[in-house]
Design a protein around this ligand. Structure first.
Ligand code: NAD
Length: 492
C-alpha cells in the first residue's frame, strides 16, 4: 500500500517543495500557522493520558509494529528520501535501516531504563523507603533537519514515544513529504491518531512550536537556529536538546593504517555530498605518513562521481556557503589538491581537497557542509589533538592509530569518537549521540536518550517510624546529638 500524503489545504497557506536535482515542483504542503501548531499540540495533549497509561510492554508492541511497517515498506520511504534530498538510493536505504534499528531498540529497552528504581536511604534515614519514578514529560516537540530526514528525527521521536510521551514533529521544509510519511505510517501501523503528529511548514512553524505548550523540544539543525530555539524556549522554561552542526576532525597518527584512514576519511567527508553533521571537515595527519596519506586520498577522490557517489546540495543556498569557504581559502593562498573554487557546479559540488589551510580560515572554523576536506600536516599527535580541540564545535571525531588511538580519544573535546572507523556510533542504538560546545547539548539514543524524555520523581515513605524524629518541632536534643555523632563517625 502506498501511503496517502494528501493534506486538506482549505483555508491554509502553502509552500512548495522542489526537486534538488531538476528544480521542478514535487508537491505543495501546508505551511502550519501559529493556530494550526497550537491545535496540533492540543491534539497531542489529548492523547497523553492514553499513551502514558499504556504499559511498557504495550508501547513496545506498538512501536515494533511501526518498525515492522517501515521494514516492509523500506523502499517506498527510501524513494521519497531520494526524491526530496537527491541522495543515492543506497544511502537512503541505509538511513531508513538504521532508523528502524533505533525504533526497535527504544521499544525493547525503555522498560529496563525507565522502570521505577529503589535507592538506598542511608544511615540517617534508614527507616525510609526511597524510590525514583521516571515520569513522561507530556508532549515533545521534535524539530528536524533535511540531511538525514528519517534517521535524525527518529532518534528523538522513537525514544520520546518509548518513554511515554506524545510527539509533534516539524520536519525540515526541504523534506516535508518524508515527515508526513512518518506520521501516516505510524497511524497505519499502530491504529492510533494524534500520538505522533507531523506539522509541515517553514522556519516560522518551527518557531511557533518552540512557543507552544510542548513540554520539551528536541531540536536538530544548525547551531545558528539552535541558539534561537534555546532563546525562545527560555521564555517558558521549556527544556531543550540541541543537536547541531560540527567541524569534525580526523587524526591520522604515524602508526595508522594509512590506506584505511584515507578511504574512510574521504567517505566521511564526501558521502551525502558532505551534508553530514558528523562528516569529516578537517584532517590532521602526522608528517611521517602525510605524503602517503595525501596521495591515497587524492587517488580515491578522483574515483568519486557527483550525481552517482553522492547527490546535489539539497538546500540550494548552501552552495553559497561552500563557495565562500573555498574562495576564502584560495585568497589565503591555500593549495587545492583536487577541485577548487570552481567545484560548485549547481546543483552539484565536485570533490574538493585543500592542503595546509590556516587555522583561522573560515574553511577551518565554520561548518562547510559540502564534499570538501582540509588536510594539515602535524609534527605530533599531541599537536593534532590541540588543533582538533581549538574548534568552537565538538560533535564527533575519528582517530586512526594502532597504538595511540584510545589515548588520543581520551583527550578529544567532543561527544563521539570513532577509532579506526567513521560514523559507526550512529548505528549503535545503545550508545548516546550528541555534542559539546556549539555542537549542542543533551543526548539522543541509548539509555541517555530515553532519560532525556522523562523527569525523575523521588518518592519516599517510612517503612516504620524510626527513633530519630528530625522533621518536627518536638525534636529531642538526643536526636540532634545522635545525628551529629553519626555524621562525625561517618565523615569526620
Ligand atoms: P536549520 O537550522 O536551518 O533548520 C533545522 C530545522 O529548524 C528546520 O526544520 C527549520 O525549519 C527549523 N527552524 C528554522 N528556524 C527556526 C526557528 N527560529 N525556530 C524553530 N525552528 C526553526 O538546519 P538544516 O539546514 O535543516 O540542517 C542542517 C544542519 O543540521 C547542519 O548544521 C547539520 O550539521 C545539522 N545536523 C546536526 C545533527 C546532529 O545530530 N548533531 C544531525 C543532522 C544535521
Amino acid at each position: 500500500m502506498i501511503l496517502d500524503l494528501t493534506q486538506d489545504f482549505e483555508g491554509k497557506s502553502r509552500f512548495s517543495k522542489n526537486s534538488p536535482v531538476s528544480g521542478e515542483l514535487l508537491a505543495e504542503y501546508i505551511n502550519f500557522s501559529e493556530n494550526d501548531v497550537a491545535e496540533a499540540v492540543h491534539n497531542a495533549q489529548s492523547m497523553r493520558a492514553m499513551w502514558r497509561g499504556l504499559s511498557f510492554y504495550d508501547r513496545k508492541i506498538l512501536l515494533l509494529q511501526w518498525a515492522k511497517y517501515l521494514a516492509n515498506n523500506l523502499e517506498e520511504l527510501a524513494n521519497l528520501v531520494v526524491e526530496e534530498t537527491g541522495k543515492p538510493v543506497a544511502d537512503a536505504t541505509l538511513e531508513v535501516s538504521l532508523a528502524i534499528e533505533h525504533i526497535s531498540w527504544a521499544a525493547k529497552n525503555a522498560k529496563e531504563y525507565l522502570s521505577t528504581q529503589s535507592r538506598p536511604s542511608g544511615l540517617l534515614l534508614f527507616n525510609m523507603e526511597s524510590k525514583v519514578q521516571f515520569m513522561p514529560l507530556g508532549v515533545v516537540g521534535v524539530i528536524g533537519p533535511w540531511n538525514y530526514p528519517v534517521f535524525t528525527p527518529v532518534g528523538s521521536i522513537a525514544y520520546a514515544l518509548a518513554a511515554g510521551n506524545t510527539v509533534v514533529f516539524k520536519p525540515s521544509e526541504f523534506t516535508p513529504g518524508v515527515g508526513l510519511w512518518l506520521e501516516k505510517s505510524f497511524e497505519v501501523a499502530t491504529s492510533t491518531k494524534n500520538v505522533l503528529i507531523t506539522i509541515t511548514g517553514l522556519a516560522e512553524t518551527g518557531k511557533y512550536l518552540t512557543e507552544s505548550a510542548v513540554n520539551k523540544i528536541a531540536f536538530t539543525g544548525s547551531s545558528r537556529t539552535a541558539k534561537k530555539v534555546a532563546a525562545s524556549c527560555a521564555e517558558k522554561m521549556i527544556p531543550v536538546i540541541l543537536e547541531c552542526g560540527g567541524k569534525d576532525p580526523v587524526i591520522v597518527a604515524e602508526d595508522a593504517n594509512v590506506a584505511l584512514a584515507a578511504e574512510y576519511a574521504l567517505w566521511s567527508a564526501m558521502a551525502n555530498a558532505g551534508q553530514s553533521c558528523i562528516g569529516a571537515e578537517r584532517i590532521y595527519v602526522h608528517e611521517q605518513v602525510a605524503d602517503k596519506f595525501i596521495e591515497k586520498l587524492k587517488s580515491f577522490a578522483l574515483e568519486v562521481k557527483p550525481g552517482v557517489s553522492y547527490g546535489p546540495a539539497t538546500m540550494p543556498s548552501q552552495l553559497k556557503v561552500i563557495e565562500k569557504h573555498l574562495k576564502a581559502a584560495e585568497a589565503e593562498g591555500v593549495k587545492f589538491l583536487v577541485g577548487g573554487p570552481n567545484s560548485i557546479q549547481e546543483p552539484y559540488v565536485l570533490p574538493t581537497i585543500m592542503l595546509e589551510v590556516p587555522a583561522t580560515s573560515v574553511a577551518m572554523t565554520e561548518e562547510t557542509f559540502g564534499p570538501t576536506i582540509a588536510i594539515n600536516r602535524v609534527k605530533s599527535v599531541q599537536h593534532a589533538v590541540e588543533l582538533a580541540n581549538e574548534s568552537n564545535y565538538g560533535l564527533a571525531a575519528a582517530v586512526f592509530s594502532k597504538k595511540y588511538a584510545q589515548e588520543i580519544a581520551d583527550q578529544l573535546e567532543c561527544g563521539m569518537v570513532s577509532i579506526n572507523s567513521v560514523f559507526s556510533f550512529a548505528g549503535v542504538p545503545s550508545i548516546p549521540f550528541g555534542g559539546v560546545k556549539e555542537s549542542g547539548y543533551g543526548r539522543i539514543h541509548g539509555p541517555e536518550g530515553l532519560l532525556e524524555f522523562v523527569s525523575a520523581k523521588s518518592i519516599i515513605s517510612p517503612r516504620f517510624q524510626g527513633p530519630l524524629k528530625l522533621t518536627t518541632f518536638k525534636r529531642k536534643n538526643i536526636a540532634e546529638r545522635i545525628t551529629t555523632l553519626i555524621i562525625k563517625k561517618l565523615h569526620g
